[in-house]
Structures are given as C-alpha cells and as structure tokens.
Write a protein that binds this ligand. Structure first.
Ligand SMILES: Cc1cc2nc3c(=O)[nH]c(=O)nc-3n(C[C@H](O)[C@H](O)[C@H](O)COP(=O)(O)OP(=O)(O)OC[C@H]3O[C@@H](n4cnc5c(N)ncnc54)[C@H](O)[C@@H]3O)c2cc1C
Length: 457
C-alpha cells in the first residue's frame, strides 16, 4: 500500500509519521520550499522560532503523545503565564482572582455576572446544542449587555475579526473550555502553558528525521494540481513536475485548492468545502531589545486597534530561545479579501506602529531590532451556526481519497492538538481498512481521538 499525503504541515507530517510506524509506505507532497505549514519556523537572525505563535496546553493529550512518541518529552517546558487586558487606554492584569476583583472597567455586578457566566459555561459538557445560537446573542443573554460591550464583543473580534457576528455560541464555549483545561487544577488555578525547546522547528525536524529514517519520502516544491481517479481504485497525483500513483491519498490542504484539484468530489462534498469560509491572518513579529509587559497574551478591548491581540512570546519561552531578545507578535485575523493582504509592508507597519505606541507610549523605535510581516489567507475556518452539519466527512466519495484538514475541527479555535487527533484518525482508517478491506469504516476505537471528525456520514 502506497499512501500520498498532500501538504507537509503538522497534519501531513503527523499522518506520515504514524503511517510509517504502522509499516505503510508514505510520500508527502508539499507545495512550498519549507515544511511545517502554519507551524513552520523562521530564521529571525540571532534565533529561529515559529512564524506564528504557538503554545501547548496541559490538556493537549494527542499532541503531547506525539511529542512523547518523537522522544521529545524531555524538551517540554511549562510556564505559569499571565494575561493582560488593554481597556479604556490602560493595561490591566487579569491573571488571578484578585486581579479579576480589582479590574476597574467592570462594576461589581458586572464582575459577579461574568464570574457566574464563566463557571456556568465551563460546566457545559456538550457544546453542540449551542451551535444554534449566535455567539453575540448568547453572550448577551448569559453575561449581560454591558459585559458583552466591554469584554466579549471585543474578544470575539480578536478571535474572528469581521466574522464575529456569524459565529455560533458553541465556538465561545469551546474556547472557554479549552482555556480552562490548562489551568492548574490543584492549587492556584493559574494558567500553565508549554512549548518544546526550539519551538515547532524541533518538532518538525524530528518528524522529518523519523519519517525518512522509517523509509518515507518527502517532496518539497511540489504543489499538487490534479487528482485523477484510476481504474484500480487509487489516484494519480499530478504536479507540474511529476505524476505519482498512490493507493490512498490524504489531503491536508485547505478546501479550495483541494476542490480545484479534485473536481470529481461529489456536489454535496463540494458544497461543504465551499460553504466553510476561512479567515486569514496578517501578523507582525517584532524582535525587541526589551520586554513590553509581563503578559503572554494581552487582550484588546479597544475596538479601533488594527491588530487583534498582543502576544509576548518571551513571557512564555526562556530567554535562551531568543538569544536574550524579546519576541512579540501583533496578529490580525481578517477576511481573505481584506486589502491588508495586498497592502505594502510599510503602510501596514505605520498603522500597527502608531497603535502599538498607544498601548506602550514609552516604546522607542530604537528598541525594535527587527520586524517581519507574515500573511496567510486561509487559516481559521469560521465556526458559523450549525457548523457540525457543514463539516466534510473524512472519507470522500472519491475512492481512496481521505480529507483531513482544519475545517474538521468542530467549533474550536485552530489548534495542533485537534489536527494531531484528525491525522491519527485518518491513519487508523487507512491501517484498519487495509488489513480488512471489507470492514466497515472505523471510527477510531475507544480513545480520546474518537470525538474528532466523522469518517463517513
Ligand atoms: C497565528 C496563529 C496562532 C496559532 N496558535 C496556535 C497555538 O497556540 N496552539 C496550537 O496548537 N495551534 C496554534 N495554531 C494553529 C496551528 O498552526 C495549526 O493548527 C496547524 O499548523 C495546521 O496544520 P495543518 O497541517 O493542518 O495545515 P497547514 O499548516 O495549513 O498545512 C497545509 C500545508 O499544505 C501545503 N499546501 C497547500 N496547498 C498545497 C498543494 N496544492 N499541494 C501541496 N501542498 C499544498 C501548505 O503549503 C502547507 O504546508 C496557530 C495558528 C496561527 C496562524
């Protein structure tokens, strides 16, 4: 059995790793010169780190299992991180219960309602019934209009930009549940976040090393243009340079390029693939000579800021990782047709810099050692009402073609834990159906990966 994997991001690399371990011959076809996709790394000069910011949660079980399977558990580091809020032109800490009680922008009544609402939300076990409510309506009902205007509305904008009015309440539930899951359960309820030393560079390089050691093939600069079904039930995978034949193919790429490459997908699948909208990201990464704040994430509730959060990576990772520099990301989640994707870097920088100065008035341009702009158009699928009905099945109507991409994360923010789950589910499907081709499609048996995407409807 030969399996082709389209896309060399974390999903494609993980699928190849576990398939090779199961004795299946794999070939990854990656369109770009580098592997890792959204989790790829960048050479910042004095150090390398992720192009986009990543953290690991203590509850990221499948991801931590992958880290362990790669022998990287000794490289894991955990940090108690702090959260900031920039509200009414002031920066506040929101890292402890005391901070919460002292938080001036909300009245005592609003805080009581906020606390009770979060407790209520964190106890909801199944978020799917919330898919029928718009997040904005539900948040106003649970937390009140004022809390929505002061906190939740701006926070939704941070996560979903202009699409916030389309999101369902299940997305908010999943986000709160995910963040709560990494709190220290024993004592302080403090947030603990992790990373692998060297960042996702370490993880990706180790995946590549292991895949190649086990006999897998990785082809870079190989954008796949066409998938042609063949009489033997397999697929020819065509790029400008080569035509390769596989018995099975796992597509981990965004939905639009997949649809272009495989017009034989059924109208029902095609509809699902086109109906799910993506948000893109425009993100500045700054290498600074000094710390900006004590917070890993600063949430912004002043709606007119052009970026949707401030992520101070150096408050999560050790200074050794960044050669003593401070790494800060300024992301903006926005629609793929936002003019920012075509705008010149200097124009975007002037906009971001002017507003960064509002938050940190004493920051001097001489304290910025380097700045880099990263843009990606298809990043976060928008978790609209009844999202689970839109999620495409893993096993498509095209014989041999499996889909394992980010649209299959149900109602949560994009995260690698979910993608590792989905990759493993595709692997299990291939391994089990190849050992017994007449067996019904398996939904992954009895472990924590079974709640991912439906294999078939
Ligand atoms: C700003 C930001 C912050 C994030 N923070 C976190 C975090 O804190 N924690 C966390 O767990 N996750 C985080 N994530 C999410 C994480 O990066 C993604 O879950 C993950 O990288 C998705 O991996 P993927 O392989 O599914 O998709 P991708 O990374 O998109 O990989 C798809 C690959 O397919 C390739 N490709 C596309 N078209 C073709 C083609 N036609 N032929 C061949 N190859 C093709 C692409 O080049 C790419 O390499 C974050 C993401 C972003 C953008």
């Amino acid at each position: 059995m030969r399996v082709g994997i389209i896309g060399g991001g974390i999903t494609g690399l993980t699928a190849a790793f576990y398939l090779q371990r199961a004795g299946v011959q794999t070939t990854i076809l990656e369109g770009r010169p580098e592997l890792g996709g959204l989790s790829s790394y960048f050479n910042f000069g004095p150090f390398s780190w992720d192009k986009f910011y990543h953290c690991i949660l203590t509850s990221d079980t499948p991801l931590l299992q992958l880290v362990d399977d790669l022998g990287l558990t000794p490289e894991l580091r955990w940090t108690e991180t702090k959260v900031g809020f920039y509200s009414d032109q002031k920066l506040y800490s929101m890292s402890s219960s005391l901070d919460f009680l002292m938080f001036p922008p909300l009245s005592v009544w609003q805080k009581m309602r906020l606390g009770a609402g979060i407790l209520y939300t964190s106890r909801i076990q199944d978020g799917r019934p919330l898919e029928k409510f718009l997040a904005s309506d539900w948040l106003k009902k649970i937390f009140g209009e004022k809390n929505y205007a002061k906190m939740w509305g701006p926070l939704l904008k941070c996560k979903l930009g202009a699409c916030r009015e389309e999101a369902s309440a299940a997305f908010i539930w999943a986000t709160i549940a995910r963040l709560y899951s990494t709190r220290d359960k024993n004592s302080s309820q403090k947030e603990r976040l992790g990373y692998v030393r060297g960042g996702y560079r370490t993880v990706c390089l180790k995946l590549v090393e292991e895949i190649e050691r086990m006999g897998g093939t990785i082809l870079k600069n190989m954008p796949v243009e066409q998938l042609i079904s063949t009489a033997d039930g397999g697929l020819d995978v065509i790029s400008q340079k080569q035509c390769l034949h596989f018995d099975r193919v796992i597509a981990t790429i965004p939905s639009r390029p997949l649809l272009q490459a495989a017009p034989q997908l059924s109208p029902a699948t095609a509809r699902k693939l086109t109906e799910i909208k993506y948000l893109g990201i425009v993100c500045y990464a700054l290498v600074l000579k000094r710390k900006l704040s004590p917070y890993y994430v600063t949430n912004l509730t002043d709606e007119d800021l052009p970026f949707t959060g401030i992520i101070e990576m150096s408050n999560l990772i050790s200074g050794e990782e960044t050669a003593g520099r401070h790494l800060v990301y300024l992301p903006k989640y926005t629609a793929p047709n936002d003019p920012l994707f075509a705008a010149g870097e200097e124009e975007i920088w002037q906009l971001f810099w002017k507003n960064l100065k509002r938050v940190f008035p004493d920051l001097d341009p001489s304290e910025i050692e380097q700045k880099y702009l990263f843009r990606e158009r298809f990043v976060q699928p928008v978790p609209v009402l009844h999202y689970s009905d839109l999620v495409p099945e893993m096993q498509t109507n095209v014989p041999g073609l499996l889909l394992a991409n980010t649209t299959q994360i149900i109602n949560s923010t994009l995260n690698n834990n979910a993608m590792v789950k989905i990759a493993r589910q595709a692997v299990t499907h291939i391994v089990e159906s190849s050992s017994n081709p007449s067996a019904p499609s398996p939904v992954v048996a009895g472990d924590e990966i079974s709640d991912a995407v439906p294999v078939t409807q």
